[in-house]
Design a protein around this ligand. Structure first.
Ligand code: SF4
Length: 151
């Protein structure tokens, strides 16, 4: 059975969600409710449009870009995200994942850890409006950390 994803949008050629030109996939659903969130509409897990894994991969394959998963929070649906990351890695993509969970929360939860086990980097932690810094590379607030591999 193919997996279905609620996709808020797919942006090709973005340079703000990780290094180089990337295809960013925005997945619906988030439970963090960060005050000052730039996109509260993304919290609804039924938002966006349903897409199968193969439909997403077809769009990704139209470009040579690496891929970023964002949202919402891709770890709202950890099992689906694990499968998507696996497909992207099989396709030779470098994969970054944005999540409102901290690395400590991910490491303490086997399902979350497994979901990102094949990702190349995660940008972790909730957005904290008081720590917002527009000069930060690839992050919204200074509490957020970019963690590469082996997490
Ligand atoms: S994790 Fe991201 S999408 Fe979710 S509430 Fe926080 S800023 Fe918004």
């Amino acid at each position: 059975m193919d997996n279905t994803y609620q996709v808020l949008g797919i942006m090709r050629g973005t340079t703000v969600d990780g290094p180089g030109f990337r295809t960013s996939i925005y997945l619906a659903g988030c439970s963090h409710a960060c005050p000052g969130c730039h996109n509260p509409q993304s919290w609804n897990p039924e938002g966006g449009s349903p897409m199968t894994l193969e439909e997403i991969m077809e769009i990704v394959r139209e470009e040579d870009f690496d891929v970023t998963l964002s949202g919402g929070d891709p770890l709202f649906n950890p099992e689906s995200t694990r499968i998507l990351i696996h497909a992207l890695k099989n396709d030779g993509r470098n994969v970054w994942v944005y999540t409102g969970f901290t690395i400590e929360e991910i490491e303490a939860d086997a399902t979350l850890s497994e979901a990102v086990s094949e990702a190349d980097a995660i940008v972790e932690g909730p957005f904290i409006a008081a720590l917002r810094d527009p000069d930060l590379l690839f992050r919204g607030s200074s509490n957020q950390r970019i963690i590469k591999k082996n997490f």
